[in-house]
Design a protein around this ligand. Sequence first.
Ligand SMILES: NC(=O)c1ccc[n+]([C@@H]2O[C@H](COP(=O)([O-])OP(=O)(O)OC[C@H]3O[C@@H](n4cnc5c(N)ncnc54)[C@H](OP(=O)(O)O)[C@@H]3O)[C@@H](O)[C@H]2O)c1
Length: 325
Amino acid sequence: MTKFSLALPKMGCGTWAWGNRLLWGYSPDMDQELQAAFDFCVTAGITLFDTGDSYGTGRLNGRSESLLGQFSQAYQGRNQDKIILATKLAPYPWRLTAGSMKRAYRSSSERLQRPVDLVQMHWSTANYAPWQEKNLLRGLAELDDADQVRGVGVSNYGGDRLRKIHQWFTDWGVPIKTLQVQYSLLSQDPVTKYGVKEVCDELGIQLIAYSPLALGLLTGKYSLDKPLPKGLRNRAFKQILPEMGQLQACLQELMAIHQKTMAQVALNWCICKGTIPIPGAKNLAQAQENAGALGWRLSAAEVENLDRAAASVSKTMLQNPFQSQ
Ligand SMILES: NC(=O)c1ccc[n+]([C@@H]2O[C@H](COP(=O)([O-])OP(=O)(O)OC[C@H]3O[C@@H](n4cnc5c(N)ncnc54)[C@H](OP(=O)(O)O)[C@@H]3O)[C@@H](O)[C@H]2O)c1
């Protein structure tokens, strides 16, 4: 397989909600709509799709990968050859050897109905079982070595841990292509506290921003005077919304200047920060709106204004407990 020298697109599409019934109300009736969102993205040049072998709840485990496989097999048209399927393998406690990651890879690849392009370690076990991690990462390196994937990435690593595992990968002769962290105007810890951008730039690793819309909060559609989504978003949104005035005002000013929506400005900010955002679209309309983040750029001064406004929000989105330092 050709090595992963091809350029990643400026923006990708996340698929956590695809197949996640308990948290996101997924039902098979949505499949047609999701296929339309997929088709639209590929045609628009949004060809990187991120999924995970843990996406899908209960019996639907792996459903997001299966749907993505189904959609990508069915798609015929522009940019078909540019589709990049990225999955994340979870370091479950029962996965202890390099072989267990390779078996997990094979299962994902079967659900995706093709070789995975970018295989990523879903999270670091550094915070609770640091001894578990090396074998699993070695499994990913061996997949790369055997040309079964086009690249290896990791997720939820901080700068220090990234440096450590980068040394392991260097010893194995395999590059780390990408690091995926939670990054948005409302979640900047991986960059500001754990220094991941600096380390990525130094080590030649592309940073991918997940949850770039703060789970929908940065689309402007949620407010305290309207019903909020249930579940884990409810509490987080109730805490953050009262503090968002200055940030919303700044976003609105930029929306007017650039004739863009809030989601488009928030995603463009991620792009201006040198990351590839992977917003999760649940339907065609959301995918279409998110695509409007491409093809233009906020100025450096506008990015700084947004940084200042974001700093006025003291509460951040819930942080991933697996994010390492
Ligand atoms: N590596 C990791 O540990 C990790 C963790 C989380 C996510 N991720 C990846 O990142 C991807 C995206 O993150 P995410 O889904 O958590 O958060 P997100 O992209 O910040 O938010 C996605 C949610 O926002 C709403 N939305 C999206 N576009 C919209 C639009 N244009 N207008 C209005 N609402 C819109 C939708 O929910 P509603 O319509 O219900 O509001 C959607 O489910 C995931 O799919 C996954 O691939 C990775």
